[in-house]
Design a protein around this ligand. Structure first.
Ligand SMILES: [Mg+2]
Length: 239
């Protein structure tokens, strides 16, 4: 079904949707380890193996220190998808609730969210635990976001609002059953399995291409009356 704006809530995946990297892969300390992690992630994102099978495996393989996990937040910011901050700002100007629901690690996703202008209580991600030396201990095994269907669970707990979800992975496409629209963002990684299930596909590398898709004609008109957002609609950064 084609997407039917307007929406009151816009929910983003984080990795490969708002940022060009997969946070967990950034924790790999060697090329060999990185290749192994990338393969596991790719299998999980296309639905070939269940997410909960790879979640703990990836973290145990890397056993990241707290400081390494914190650094991922900086990596997210450095590799933010072009236009991401402008898009969040434009959505806020239209009084939309903007959230991040991510299978990534909460510490760096929250840091990235704040940089984008999204408060920490509007970020859902997976908590990781460290010992008092800052060494990896475990992750929150109760978190629904570390398994398939987890995003559906998190979204269905939210107050009912007209919601659109934007993401690149199979766990994002799963949300289709509980949201009013699902957009496949393929600007970083376009996955056929995900695009096939989407109500709309945006495959531009610039996230600003999303605005004409998720906003109604009235909302676009409203934005175009504000000089700083009008620039964003034309694909230009705000000044
Ligand atoms: Mg993703």
């Amino acid at each position: 079904m084609p997407l039917q704006p307007p929406f009151d809530r816009v929910v983003f995946d984080c990795d490969s949707t708002l940022s060009c990297v997969e946070g967990v892969e950034e924790l790999a300390t060697s090329d060999e380890l990185r290749a192994g992690i990338e393969e596991l992630t790719s299998q999980a994102m296309t639905g070939r193996i269940p997410l909960d099978e790879v979640y703990g495996k990836r973290l145990e393989l890397m056993s990241p220190r707290q400081i390494d996990v914190q650094r991922v937040g900086q990596r997210y910011i450095e590799t933010a998808v072009k236009g991401a901050r402008d898009v969040v700002s434009a959505l806020h100007a239209l009084d939309k609730e903007v959230r991040i629901v991510s299978g990534g690690l909460r510490l760096p996703v929250v840091a990235f969210g704040l940089w984008l202008g999204i408060r920490d209580e509007l970020v859902d991600a997976v908590q990781v635990f460290f010992d008092h030396h800052g060494k990896y201990r475990d992750y929150d095994r109760e978190s629904p976001l570390a398994r398939n269907g987890g995003k559906v669970e998190v979204l269905s707990r939210l107050e009912a609002k007209r919601t659109v979800f934007i993401g690149d992975g199979i766990t994002d496409a799963e949300t289709k059953e509980v949201v009013d629209g699902f957009v496949c963002f393929g600007g970083v990684a376009l996955r056929e399995e995900v695009a096939a299930r989407a109500d709309a596909v945006v495959d531009a590398a610039d996230l600003r291409a999303l605005l004409p898709v998720v906003l109604s004609a009235e909302e676009l008109e409203h934005l175009s009356r504000h000089p700083k957002h009008a620039r964003v609609l034309r694909g230009l950064p705000r000044t």
